[in-house]
Design a protein around this ligand. Sequence first.
Ligand code: PLP
Length: 360
Amino acid sequence: MSRVFNFSAGPATLPVEVLEKAQKDLVDYKGTGMSVMEMSHRSSDYMAIFDAAIASLRKLMAVPDNYEVMFMHGGASSQFAMVPLNLFSKSKKADYIHTGEWSKKAIAEAKRYGKVNVVASSEDKTFSYIPKVTKDMFDPEADYVHITTNNTIYGTTFPSLPEVGNVPLVADMSSNILAQVYDVSKFGLIYAGAQKNIGPAGVAIVIVRKDLIGKAMDITPTMFNYKTHADNGSMFNTPPTYAIYIAGLVFDWLLERGGVAAMQKINEEKAGWLYDFLDNSSLFKATVEPASRSTMNVPFVTGSDELDATFIKEASAKGLKTLKGHRTVGGMRASIYNAMPQEGVKSLVAFMKEFELRNK
Ligand SMILES: Cc1ncc(COP(=O)(O)O)c(C=O)c1O
């Protein structure tokens, strides 16, 4: 078996232990004589897998009882529409903090259903920082406030949550869910696509305070109404069964390693190695201001497009894969989610050091 270090932003590297477990059970899941892929989603074997996955996620995030945890189709992008459709229940106004490509898409979608107020934006500096906000900037009558906790493309993370008073805080947590500890009770709703820190593409997670369910706009399609999924235990239609199974294995893997707090510590250590090197390098430079840096996605540049391209090519030849930055920003980006081993980051830093010496 030969595994590379895959720095892809998503779909992203998964724990090898999870892949091996899935491989072992691929054809005959625990003596059932069938693959999890072939099981009825209503069978007792599959329901056991499903219920365990929900329970593990609840445990990992210490989700309070007054929150629904749901698995859904449609990726995080469907949530850009589902959030306004379900939460525009009173003023039909929402406050958004604009921190990158994903918040831009979320804002565009919400504008189709109500009034969006962009409270703050970091577009002036290519989204290289998280704008400062204060409580008085938010509309107390807004139906919700929306943030993207971690901006996958630009490599920024909210250093702290905005103070929004009684207005529900909604978070797109696609690229740092389960990577750092969040107090779920501070949010009205959390959503995330799975393909970065959780499992394969095809499943999205929604954690929503129960009192926010059941107030959707009349035009909301049945499949876009949280109530549909809450009332049917995420089984109104066939859920993405295999993706949920793999997500469950990842949850168990996290629990075995001490849960989210333990992962956060490792993530800070891994990211620290990279940022320390970048801040002292004569060739490479981190693009994000220190206070807003992500532990998940680390963008960096040499300042020369040609050298960036050479670096990416040579790194790939060394088994350090998918380091090209997002097409909108260029340069490099190392995505170092929970499943990226410490060894992977150490190898990347060692190669960067060596590349720097050769290209001074
Ligand atoms: C922060 C963030 N939000 C939303 C998305 C879109 O997710 P999906 O492809 O699951 O719709 C992504 C990335 O893919 C992302 O990184």
